[in-house]
Design a protein around this ligand. Structure first.
Ligand code: ADP
Length: 349
């Protein structure tokens, strides 16, 4: 019986009429619903005892969701607890771990706070420009055209900001990850070339693809294309006209594929190198605004690479150029491999 209860992921606990645990499974102990103080008997968590008391008095089942501080480390444990009154004052308690759901909710809340600040600036600029446009329409048609063009530029930046914010919030765990699949690296590079043609030709720049062909990585094609497009768009934005961007694909030999994007651009100061992957961080705000940057591109690249079990690194020399390297697994993770594809449960022999 105990081994069956211990096999469950939900915490199971029964308290007698005096709040002593008469039954507790391994999950309940792990969650800290019951604890043992130095040599003494096991006792229930104070919050659990309070809940049991309420249920005993009212005679009705109660369901509550709580964040329990952990004894040892970090993030509080989110639990959904259901307490059911039994006979003789006993109370049965079941608890499910909802820490992950609580984490997602927290990420959403933090995100909204940051975002409102970033949205305020372009919205304020648009209001001013629209007023200036109204004023200038009759008096100064040339100025009116300039204001209209600024409005176009600011509103397309705002549009990009909103779609990148949505993308980032998805990647940060607001939605489950899509099932990883084998993805043809040549298909990624072809798509990247197609999507970056316009900004490259606007600056008379050439994007060159070189290295191994026929490589495969494991993950989600759309996300991987987004990551490499972001790197190539940055390489174009932060380089002088008529320079070259080189995308090199290679196999590292230990189960990884590397996609390196190298430019001959302005480079990045050593003090900024660690911070450029943070959302909304720009080494040079004025320049980033001028190029229409949102400060989210590299945060998106970082999330995509870590979601894929890979990473992104950068090497850069000011005035010479930068190389961003994406390292991605070329096969499923060990955990995914451990599951045989077709195990029949209770099937015919
Ligand atoms: P942005 O939208 O501002 O380009 P990113 O998150 O893509 O935001 O990049 C963050 C910052 O990192 C940029 O503002 C820029 O200062 C720096 N950066 C990114 N890529 C490059 C590059 N290839 N060369 C030089 N600086 C870069």
């Amino acid at each position: 019986m105990t081994d069956i209860l211990d096999a469950l992921q939900v915490g199971v606990l029964v308290l007698d009429g005096t709040d002593h645990p008469v039954l507790a499974n391994a999950a309940a102990r792990e969650m800290g619903l019951v604890r043992q103080r130095a040599g003494g008997p096991e006792e229930a968590h104070t919050i659990v005892r309070t809940l049991a008391g309420q249920v005993r008095r009212s005679g009705a089942t109660r369901v509550v969701e709580l964040d329990l501080p952990r004894l040892t480390y970090g993030e509080p444990l989110g639990v959904n607890v259901r307490a059911v009154p039994l006979d003789n004052g006993r109370v049965a308690i079941e608890a499910a771990d909802v820490t992950e759901a609580h984490r997602v909710a927290r990420v959403r809340r933090d995100f909204v706070a940051n975002v409102s600040h970033e949205l305020k600036t372009p919205v304020g600029a648009l209001q001013l420009l629209a007023e200036a446009l109204l004023d200038a329409t009759d008096k100064d048609p040339a100025a009116a055209i300039r204001f209209a063009e600024r409005i176009k530029h600011e509103s397309s930046r705002l549009g990009r900001l909103v779609s990148e914010l949505l993308e980032l919030s998805r990647l940060q765990g607001a939605e489950p990850l899509p099932e990883p699949e084998p993805v043809d690296v040549d298909k990624i590079t072809a798509e990247v070339l197609d999507r970056t043609k316009t900004p490259a030709s606007a600056k008379e720049m050439e994007v060159v693809f070189q290295g191994m062909r026929g490589l495969t990585v494991y993950g989600n094609e759309n996300q991987l294309v987004t990551a490499v497009v972001n790197l190539v768009e940055n390489a174009i934005a932060y380089s002088p006209e008529s320079t070259k961007v080189t995308v090199t694909t290679s196999a590292s030999g230990d189960g990884y594929v590397e996609i390196a994007v190298a430019d001959q651009g302005i480079g990045i100061e050593p003090r900024d190198l660690d911070r450029i992957f943070e959302r909304f961080y720009r080494a040079d705000r004025a320049r980033s605004r001028a190029t229409g940057g949102t400060g989210l591109g590299l945060a998106i690249v970082k999330h995509i690479s870590t979601n894929h079990g890979g990473r992104v690194t950068v090497e850069s020399t000011v005035g010479v150029g930068s190389t961003f390297t994406l390292r991605l697994p070329s096969r499923p993770s060990e955990a995914a491999l451990a599951l045989p594809p077709s195990v029949e449960i209770g099937g015919a022999p």
